[in-house]
Design a protein around this ligand. Structure first.
Ligand SMILES: C[C@@](CO)(OP(=O)(O)O)[C@H](O)COP(=O)(O)OP(=O)(O)OC[C@H]1O[C@@H](n2ccc(N)nc2=O)[C@H](O)[C@@H]1O
Ligand SMILES: Nc1ncnc2c1ncn2[C@@H]1O[C@H](COP(=O)(O)OP(=O)(O)O)[C@@H](O)[C@H]1O
Length: 285
């Protein structure tokens, strides 16, 4: 049994390689089909056990009130669910743009649940953690399950897939896009038919892209600029856009030529979430 009382864990980014919206449900949530892959790049969280039950979050969290911070919400949810008397000091190094469609907040929440399950020796299985995570956001379960997947339902029904490893240059056009704003907009395309048969034989798009391009000309500019290098796509509800390559050198070349007004990063994809890989290395080896 590993008795670690402090350790660091990545909260990786995700990309939606396609995102189809099939319908709007009565409760306002949308039925969708989306392909998730993980990236070897993300936020970094440091956890330190406290025995007095206190939960604190420090570091790059100044813009987010504590009670709204998904890291704090995840820790509190787990502590309450398990009636644990233990606490934790969490420090965040933020690398993922907020409201960028790379899932930073959801990934922070998922890595917190995964880490505290170990730190507090709760021994909950991934299914239970994913169910808890869903209370925090539709994207949290995929980060808990930690395998590239096609998601159905509101994003919580996962069908694991194995993808070829690729390199991505991800560009943030310095715009914050609110997921809620896109999903409540009357012009959002919500009627893409469900995929029948093998998804690889279908035209795969991001249904949020036309609306976000209209609302946010900088996103349109970014997608156009990236087209010089490869077919460009937006992830999630934006605002980050990406291009895919077989090699790191090609992705790095795009990053080096990026206009100074935008930020970006290069990362390879991973079929298993780097959070799961790190957690196994810390606790099971
Ligand atoms: C659509 C995706 C694709 O990955 O967008 P990004 O947020 O990553 O850009 C996600 O599933 C988002 O997941 P997440 O960001 O966890 O969503 P939530 O916090 O649960 O919901 C944010 C807002 O989006 C709406 N929402 C979310 C998911 C969904 N299937 N249908 C929705 O209508 C909700 O009504 C809510 O107002
Ligand atoms: N730890 C966190 N990191 C990022 N965003 C957070 C966090 N906690 C709460 N949020 C809120 O969640 C919103 C969406 O965040 P994020 O997951 O980064 O975007 P997206 O879902 O577009 O990838 C942010 O605008 C912020 O208000």
């Amino acid at each position: 049994m590993n008795n670690k009382t402090s350790f660091s864990l990545i909260a990786p980014a995700k990309l939606n390689l396609f995102l189809h919206i099939n319908a709007r449900r009565e409760d306002g949530y949308h039925e969708l089909e989306t392909l998730f892959t993980f990236l070897n790049f993300g936020d970094e969280l440091h956890f330190e056990l406290t025995t007095d039950g206190s939960i604190s979050v420090d570091g790059d969290t100044k813009d987010i009130p504590l009670n709204d911070n998904l890291i704090y919400k995840a820790a509190l949810l787990l502590q309450t669910h398990c009636k644990s008397s233990l606490g934790v000091k969490i420090n965040l190094i933020k690398r993922l743009p907020m409201g960028g469609g790379v899932g930073g907040g959801s990934s922070d929440a998922a890595s917190t649940l995964l880490a505290l399950n170990k730190l507090w020796k709760l021994a909950l299985n991934l299914e239970t953690l994913a169910q808890l995570g869903l209370k925090l956001g539709a994207d949290v379960p995929v980060f808990i399950q930690g395998q590239s997947a096609i998601a159905h339902g509101i994003g919580e029904k996962l069908h694991h897939v194995t993808l070829e490893q690729k390199w991505y240059c991800v560009v943030h056009p310095n715009q914050h896009v609110s997921t809620a704003k896109i999903f409540t907009h009357p012009d959002l395309k919500r009627d893409t038919p469900k995929i029948i048969g093998d998804w690889k034989h279908h035209t795969l798009t991001n249904d949020c892209e036309p609306l976000v391009k209209k609302l946010c000309p900088e996103v349109e500019k970014t997608l156009q600029w990236l087209l010089k290098y490869a077919p460009s796509k937006m992830t999630g509800t934006g605002s980050c856009c990406f291009v895919e390559f077989a090699s790191q050198v090609q992705a790095q070349d795009v990053l080096e030529n990026l206009p100074h007004t935008w930020q970006g990063f290069v990362a390879s994809s991973a079929n298993v979430s780097p959070a799961q890989t790190e957690l196994t290395a810390i606790f099971d080896q």
